[in-house]
Write a protein that binds this ligand. Sequence first.
Ligand SMILES: Cc1cc2nc3c(=O)[nH]c(=O)nc-3n(C[C@H](O)[C@H](O)[C@H](O)COP(=O)(O)OP(=O)(O)OC[C@H]3O[C@@H](n4cnc5c(N)ncnc54)[C@H](O)[C@@H]3O)c2cc1C
Length: 472
Amino acid sequence: MSNLPAVTLDGKEMSLPESAVKDFGQSLRGGLILPADPEYDDARIVFNRMIDRRPAMIARCAGTADVIRAVKFARAHDLLVAVRAAGHGVTGKSVCDGGLVIDLRPMKGARIDPVSRTARAEPGLTWGELNDDLQVFGLGATGGYISITGIPGLTLGGGLGWLVRKHGLAMDNLASVDVVTADGELLVASDEQNPDLFWGLRGGGGNFGVATSLEFRVHPVGTVLAGLLIHPIERAGDVLRLLREHVDTVPDELTWGVLLFTVPAEPPFPPPLHGVPVAAVTICYAGSIEEGEEVLRPIREFGPPLADVVEPMPYNIAQVGADVVWPPGFHQYWKSSFLTDLGDAAIDTITRHFASVPSPRTVVVVDHNGGGAIDRVGEDETAFGHRGWTYNLLISTAWAEPADSEANIQWTRSFWDEMEPFRADAIYVNYSSDEDDLLASAYTARTRKRLVELKRKYDPTNFFRLNANIPV
Ligand SMILES: Cc1cc2nc3c(=O)[nH]c(=O)nc-3n(C[C@H](O)[C@H](O)[C@H](O)COP(=O)(O)OP(=O)(O)OC[C@H]3O[C@@H](n4cnc5c(N)ncnc54)[C@H](O)[C@@H]3O)c2cc1C
């Protein structure tokens, strides 16, 4: 091995002495991956295949001590740093060119206390892994809508998932977080300890440090009524109106929305539907099954679906239900915002654009977020400033071939532009590919001001800059 080419925090080229790299690698319990290593290419891949970055090294962190070693090494050498959990962030900021990736995937510990109903998760766990373990105790966490997303990135940005209307965002259920700061110090953030940091972590993402343990309040869930009511795409407008008709009256136990997508050729979808564009109502009712059937009755009476795959199931099985619609291995470009209204003009715009979708892997989502637990937390209680919106729109464009990138990105942007009259100036920080959108609309002005003050206090050199960055 010779000296290792790398990049400083400010993007300047540099060279890391061979002996320093060797010592660093030997200090890590989880080990260090370098470009010449056979596992390097697999280790640098993230969910969004548009991202193809080549870090100088990947520190496989086996525990908090490894994270501290990595932060201190990067500080000592003025090295650019990316923090990586499951690698689901669509902006791909969890991997960088020429810097050090702090890779948390080996940290998969979970400690569940069924008496106090809390779960402590290390940052390498996915939501599916944690909810699989929680299910053993009849417990569950909001998590995400799919199972393979990472816990820390999702939670520190907000966390929309299958229990969001009943139990709030994933981060609303945080009790405490262990954080390695830019100085390489370990702090606990909770209501009692470093409460300003705890406020900022809940919505401010990776700006303030590396979360090495997240403690959640979890809930008795057990069996839920979950799945999809799949209707022909020609009825997409009516399906969206069905959602609109019921948002003010459905109980908080129901977390639901509408998906427009092309049915993949996989179970649980029946073969005649494979390759067919559809409008589906997604359902997770977390309450008594009898009451859930009653709540669903008017939604089922809407008309005969092409398929009704809603049934009682364990919550952890419900959490994997949508995975098949967002498989790994594709290029991704996402636009999203909360909606000011879902009137007929908005619905027409959504259905008209979906009719010309260039890729069968693209999914358009209108979720009903509002009215439940998410709105019972005050605007200023956390750094997630966008409560009170009834609907969130997500255009998650995905395609296989790099040659199709331009057509897919253009389609997404023109859809987005036409939604302008119906979009709130409010974007969920974890759902957008474009930094300009995030800078403009991820936070309210009041929240942003507080976040800047906090960033100056906890990370004055902007060491943690590869994220939805709060510039100091
Ligand atoms: C297919 C798909 C489905 C999704 N579904 C949902 C959903 O249902 N609900 C939802 O709310 N979001 C969803 N998201 C968005 C998701 O919240 C973000 O992609 C999130 O960043 C993923 O978390 P991760 O831990 O995998 O992040 P990574 O991609 O590993 O990291 C993203 C960023 O998070 C920060 N970060 C990661 N780990 C830590 C840590 N330990 N400490 C501090 N900062 C850290 C870093 O800034 C990093 O750049 C989805 C994304 C995809 C691609």
